[in-house]
Design a protein around this ligand. Sequence first.
Ligand code: GDP
Length: 139
Amino acid sequence: MITNRTFTMLKPDSLEKGNTGAILHKINASGFKIVAMKQTLMSMRDAETFYAIHSERPFFADLVQYMTRGPIIAAILEKDNAVEDFRALIGATNPAEAAEGTIRNLFADSISENAVHGSDSDENAQIEGTFHFSGREIF
Ligand code: GDP
């Protein structure tokens, strides 16, 4: 199924390094329209819930610590084939394996601190967007 929306977070390292403008420009320049966006600080409970699928993984505690150490920018993006195209734009989870010119290739330092999140399915895009935004915040 091809849908037109995905969900992203610019992670704390992107904000700390002052990369938000450059990353948002790249997202827009790649054809994605921002239909919802906010800067927010995730609580530990938020991060544990958002990443619950990874709760048994050895890096889970580090992941929660990373995602709560400073603000993030959450956004819902619109474009034809949004989920797949955005995953291609951000590149592989490990920036060392991310294709040249992808956001993680350009702005991420490591597999743990990898600059951005992108939903991996239409179903998760819907769940993750609803986690961060009410209907009144989506345009
Ligand atoms: P994604 O969909 O590309 O973000 O990757 P995953 O869903 O597999 O992992 C979620 C997030 O957990 C990643 O974006 C990283 O921030 C973090 N992560 C994944 N693998 C590792 C790892 O091996 N070590 C650490 N410390 N963090 C990881």
